[in-house]
Design a protein around this ligand. Structure first.
Ligand code: ADP
Ligand code: TYD
Length: 209
């Protein structure tokens, strides 16, 4: 089978099911003969692992603009050294979180200007945009319940208050509304298998196009 380079990102609140769906999609595409790179932000490279540790687990305050710049630095290195080369080789990149996370969390969540945050990421990633972004939309209290069951410790962002996560969700939905062709918005309350089937249908259409 001839591979077509594709860049697919998954977005949504914490606990919305991004990793679960990324894994299922990755297995399905690999079984169909594609070369798949599964990666994430922050932390998709060696440098990124160090930046992830700082931005998610450093004790004490990080100023919102400094936080935005750390995510952008992770992104710049990740896209330049890992993602863009894979796409140029014709591989399929399935990535947990990308620049929409920055617009939703640092823009809507931390209340920085969303246009400036988006432009910062576009500069960092030299304008590289996904072919498809799957947004798993979830009420933040349900995401919180899922995380409560799955872990005992929260990172800096997960530990933010309910209204922060409500702004993040609204920020995501505004992004999807502004770019309906790039986004596939799915309710994250469906069953894992029904969400996976909807994702597969969209990716199949993209591969056939
Ligand atoms: P994320 O990567 O978005 O933080 P995960 O894929 O790690 O989310 O899922 C968080 C938790 O919710 C896990 O325990 C996972 O098994 C569970 N989960 C994922 N998708 C669903 C779903 N559609 N319905 C119910 N629980 C789910
Ligand atoms: P992630 O590892 O995806 O956490 P989870 O699996 O729980 O969803 O992401 C780590 C956190 O970083 C998450 O709370 C969202 C946040 N984040 C931002 O605030 N801005 C960004 O640009 C990115 C990529 C992530």
């Amino acid at each position: 089978m001839t591979s077509t380079g594709l860049f697919i990102t998954l977005e949504g609140g914490d606990g919305s099911g991004k990793s679960t769906q990324a894994e299922l999609l990755s297995t399905w595409l690999t079984d169909a003969g594609h070369t798949v790179v599964r990666t994430r932000e922050p932390g998709g490279t060696e440098l990124g692992v160090e930046l992830r540790e700082i931005v998610l687990h450093r004790r004490g305050h990080i100023a919102p603009r400094a936080e935005a710049l750390i995510y952008a630095a992770d992104r710049a290195h990740h896209i330049a050294t890992k993602v863009r080369p894979a796409i140029e080789r014709g591989e399929i990149v399935i990535q947990d979180r990308y620049l929409d996370s920055s617009v939703a969390y640092q823009g809507a969540g931390r209340v920085l200007d969303p246009v400036e945050i988006r432009n910062l990421s576009l500069w960092a990633a030299e304008g590289f945009m996904p072919d498809l972004t799957i947004l798993l939309d979830l009420d933040e209290s349900i995401g919180r319940e899922r995380l409560d069951e799955a872990r005992t410790k929260y990172d800096r962002l997960e530990a933010e208050a309910h209204d922060f996560h409500a702004r993040v969700r609204a920020g995501y939905l505004a992004l999807a509304e502004a770019e309906p062709d790039r986004f596939l918005v799915l309710s994250a309350t469906g069953s894992i298998e029904s969400i996976a089937a909807q994702v597969r249908a969209r990716v199949e259409a993209l591969l056939a196009a």
